[in-house]
Design a protein around this ligand. Structure first.
Ligand SMILES: Nc1nc2c(ncn2[C@@H]2O[C@H](COP(=O)(O)OP(=O)(O)OP(=O)(O)O)[C@@H](O)[C@H]2O)c(=O)[nH]1
Ligand SMILES: [Mg+2]
Length: 444
């Protein structure tokens, strides 16, 4: 996600870190490079100008704190400003009506991800709510079927038009009645998309808005379309009064511009981001966490959440404990490899680990199931003592473990090397965790 922007920023801060004490010249240079990186990331030029001015002003006026380096202070300011730019502390997710049902209209151009996001949101809240998705695209029968299939795959309630039904207002009235009788408390209306914003589309949406008085009108935007997405947001907002944005396809090679500029330019908050094609690939938006990821600082909170979702219960506490202590035995490794399997594509998890960008190769190697089986066999052939203290595993023990696990000494060596790498990673994780608690609450 936003790899090129992140790498650019990472380089800039890397250079600053090497400097030690920073002169005004260093700062000027760094802010100029931040500016260039953001512009190349397709962030709106006016947004970039304001942002960079603020960063420079704050960085220059900053007294030197002893606990963190000047480079880190600059990084902290950039982090804070980017967080503020994307909406600061306001949290994403749905805003529920005080009196159910909560009605939510999903609107947007063709192919933006409305139908997919509709089911993703429903699935995401289905533990605590009883959502119903409603197909309101009466022009394309295939659109109705798409929503119906996705909903049934996700185990979500679905309501759609009869074949040949033409009147969208009568459809949404029926849907509301259907939901009332069956106690659905969140109604997600999937609307038709158009290639371009046109009068027909807008008029239909306005009519739906008048009839439903929805709590949320969410515009779904494809992040890959960059500043164009921001323009679309402005137009929709002027006409419909949006309550939020769903920014999809962040997993692609979107440069970040749409996500970074949308709030500042269109004045509508991002509420969800889509990060893949699977139903689970949706996150309630959190500006601070997103800023961390953009700046390559990793997403500790996001990782923790993902771990919690994947594992539930006692395992998580165990994992959190060993991560915190920076201690990491071979048993932990085995357990974590098994848990990581449950979390889905590993590169996404790795994206969230501080400083782990460079370790992607390592993660990819682990995804191979037969490799995981071999690692498992090797670790299970060790004595408990060896698992706790791998340092004692010398030549003869390595041969014994290879025989016992039906592998080779080379494989045993690889597992041990990999364990060492992961241990390093976990140590870094622990350190970052501690750094989080510096005065001022900055994520360093
Ligand atoms: N990689 C990726 N693909 C996505 C994401 N969200 C949606 N898609 C894909 O984008 C394509 C279009 O998604 P839809 O949900 O059908 O889009 P739509 O806005 O309903 O399209 P229309 O109904 O034709 O206007 C599908 O192939 C989705 O799988 C995302 O976050 N990441
Ligand atoms: Mg659709």
């Amino acid at each position: 996600m936003f790899d090129s922007l992140r790498n650019r920023l990472d380089n800039i801060f890397g250079k600053l870190r090497d400097r030690g004490k920073l002169t005004e010249q260093d700062l000027t240079e760094a802010t100029r490079e931040v500016r260039r990186a953001l512009l190349e990331g397709d962030v709106n030029y006016k947004v970039v100008k304001d942002l960079v001015d603020r960063i420079r002003e704050r960085a220059l006026g900053k007294s030197v704190l002893e606990s963190i380096t000047p480079a880190q202070q600059v990084q902290a300011i950039v982090y804070e400003e980017i967080t503020a730019l994307m909406g600061g502390k306001t949290r994403g997710g749905l805003d529920y009506a005080p009196m159910p049902p909560t009605k939510c209209l999903l609107v947007g151009l063709q192919g933006a991800g409305k139908t997919t996001s509709c089911v993703k949101i429903a699935k995401g809240i289905s533990g605590r709510h009883k959502p119903l998705v409603i197909a309101c695209d009466l022009k394309r029968p295939a659109a109705v079927e798409q929503l119906s299939i996705l909903a049934s795959q996700a185990g979500i309630g679905f309501f759609g038009p009869e074949p040949g039904e033409k009147d969208v207002i009568s459809l949404v009235k029926k849907a509301t009645e259907y939901a009332r009788e069956r106690l659905y408390d969140v109604l997600l209306f999937d609307t038709a998309g158009r290639l371009h914003m046109d009068e027909d589309l807008m008029a239909e949406l306005e009519e739906m808005k008048k009839e439903l008085k929805p709590r949320e009108i969410l515009l779904v935007l494809d992040a890959m379309t960059g500043q164009e997405a921001v323009d679309v947001a402005k137009s929709f907002h002027e006409r419909l009064g949006l309550t939020g944005l769903v920014m999809t396809k962040l997993d692609g090679d979107a440069r970040g511009g749409a996500l970074l500029s949308a709030k500042a330019v269109a004045d509508v908050p991002v509420k969800f981001v889509g990060t893949g094609e699977r139903i689970e690939d949706l996150e309630a938006f959190d500006a601070g966490r997103m800023a961390q990821r953009i700046l390559g600082m990793g997403d500790v909170a996001g990782l923790a959440e993902k771990v919690r979702q994947a594992t539930e219960g006692a395992d998580v506490e165990q994992m959190a404990r060993s991560l915190k202590k920076g201690r990491f035995t071979l048993e932990d490794m085995l357990q974590q490899i098994r848990q990581l399997q449950k979390m889905g594509p590993l590169d996404k998890v790795i994206d969230m680990i501080p400083g782990a960008n460079r370790l992607k190769g390592l993660a990819n190697a682990e995804v191979d199931p037969s490799r995981i089986k071999r690692i498992e066999a090797v670790i299970l052939s060790m004595t408990p003592e060896e698992r706790k203290n791998p340092k004692i595993i010398k030549g003869s023990r390595r041969r014994r473990i290879a025989r016992g696990s039906g592998t080779t000494v080379q494989t045993v060596n690889q597992v041990l090397a990999q364990h060492k790498q992961m241990q390093e990673l976990m140590k870094r994780f622990g350190k970052n965790g501690k750094k989080m608690k510096l005065p001022g609450g900055l994520p360093f």
